[in-house]
Design a protein around this ligand. Sequence first.
Ligand code: PHE
Ligand code: FE
Length: 286
Amino acid sequence: MRIEEFVSNSGPKLRGDYSRARADFTVDQDPSAYTAEEQGLWRRLYARQMKILPGRAAPDYLRHLAALDAGDAIPDLEAVSRRLRRATGWELAAVPGLIPDLAFFALLAERRFPVTVWLRKPEEFDYIVEPDIFHDFFGHVPLLFEPAYADYMQAYGRGGLKAARLDALAMLARLYWYTVEFGLVRTADGLRIFGAGILSSGGEVAYALESPKPRRLAFDLERILRTEYRIDRFQDTYFVIESFARLVEDTAPDFTPIYERLRALPPIAPHAVMDGDRPVQAAAKM
Ligand code: PHE
Ligand code: FE
């Protein structure tokens, strides 16, 4: 989709400056353009998450996050890209905000992760509807340094381009939602968070692991492809993977026949209980 078309179709809700975007929707980040207020807000967002993530976030995530040393200032995306290329062959692509599905998949398929350049307003400290640089960077970038996760993200991008041809984007989007955004992983020490939507949230971190309310189910590809989700509240159901390597394996088969079969079945409501669901024991309290 052309940029002008995307901007006018999206209406006035779209935040960000698309006027300087290239045809692939990327822009240049100007790391010196952030105000002192924005830098202060970044530090407060970062510090708040660091109080709640140890012992709750996936160990791989915490290790890569620490190595990024991004707590003091909004990161320079080019500088991080240089390190990321050496680690897993990924790079970061600055974008003005939300971009069309196909542009998003095309970037992922090239091992380029889009990161929004703008930061939320102070009044959005606890809750923001659209992804900003704090969600995109803090939530998503650390695990791009993890080889199996990095491979999964590229496979997802390729899978997205294919799902678009097969008219199966609604199904595939649920896989992104329940893994990349809201996934949990089982470790020897209990459940841990790897989904960026939880990791960058002030409230959902403790809820996802410790609340008795949501269901925590073992990863099940076809169940996930059918399960609807809510974007405006904490999740009713989380899915738990065994490892990133297993996630890559479990999603490697050709989805074409799976989409065809699932299309004939009704979707599953976010809170539904199904025959065959395998609940996973919540993390042991420390
Ligand atoms: N195996 C999927 C397909 O054939 C592609 C994919 C891989 C999708 C990993 C998502 C995640 O469509
Ligand atoms: Fe995200």
